[in-house]
Design a protein around this ligand. Structure first.
Ligand code: BTN
Length: 254
């Protein structure tokens, strides 16, 4: 059910209009369905609960009541779904820190606190009627009881409720988060991408660490060395060979 619309005309693009639902299958899917009609760029879909929340690499994203589930519709100038998904990791970390969780950004866009995941991003590029859109979905474990998450997820996850004694309301978190996402997106539109990638590199806690990256092609172990212009993680293996890594999973070893 649609619970109504919120408006914040002071934002430049992202989150000027928010459509709030009680429950959807997945906010990314709702956003994509809306692309059939002529929607304004920056429209945000917000749900209190998702029945089939989706994560990266075909995983599920448990979405019980209490968490924050949103998707923003962007119409970037280039096919930048992957890069935008990474860049949006920065505002997510900023919002978590603002509300008292000293989370770190793990490549490409996981928000992690003491090795436990607290927020994730699923960014998807889609063409509709010859126009390229990016749907950026963000899930944050705000007021979720850890016990409400699947048993296999619980040891690897945490929530704001668990880490911070102060109550953080979802609408308050959302308001702050969207201000930050709007800011990053406006810089994406108005400045050179390399500046934002440089900033991302500085914030990405994976850089400098020994990592194991796994893709469909195989596994690479080495030092996470840099971020390439296309958003790939550059890994140097022990033989000094350079690997660029995009899809798949990264495990931080030390
Ligand atoms: C991940 O870390 O694997 C990404 C998780 C992304 C979850 C969010 S919740 C809102 C949006 N709708 C979805 O179905 N997924 C994203």
């Amino acid at each position: 059910m649609n619970l109504g619309e919120l408006h914040e005309p002071n934002r430049k693009v992202v989150g000027r209009t928010i459509r709030h639902f009680d429950v959807v299958e997945s906010t990314n899917e709702t956003a994509k369905e809306l692309l059939e009609a002529d929607v304004e760029e920056g429209l945000v879909i917000w749900a209190d609960r998702q029945v089939s929340g989706r994560g990266r690499q075909g995983r599920a994203w448990a979405s019980p009541l209490g968490g924050l589930y949103i998707s923003a519709i962007l119409r970037p100038k280039e096919a930048h779904a992957w890069i935008l998904g990474m860049l949006v990791g920065m505002p997510v970390i900023k919002a978590l820190r603002h509300f008292g969780v000293l989370a770190r950004l793990k490549y490409p866009n996981d928000a992690v606190y003491q090795d436990r995941k607290i927020a994730g991003i699923l960014s998807e590029g889609v063409y509709r009627h010859e126009t390229y859109y990016v749907v950026v979905g963000i899930g944050v474990n705000t007021n979720v009881d850890l016990e409400k998450l699947p048993p296999d997820v619980q040891p690897k996850a945490t929530t704001i409720k668990r880490e911070v004694s102060l109550f953080v309301a979802n609408d308050e978190f959302l308001d702050y988060l969207l201000n930050q996402v709007d800011d990053v997106y406006s810089r994406y539109r108005n400045t050179r991408l390399e500046f934002l990638l440089k900033e991302y590199r500085g914030q990405c806690a994976t850089i400098g660490k020994t990592v194991r990256a796994t893709t469909a092609k195989g596994t690479v172990t080495g030092r996470a060395y840099d971020i390439a212009a296309n958003g790939a993680l550059i890994i140097m293996d022990e033989q000094g060979q350079r690997h660029e890594f995009v899809e798949g999973s990264v495990e931080v070893l030390k």
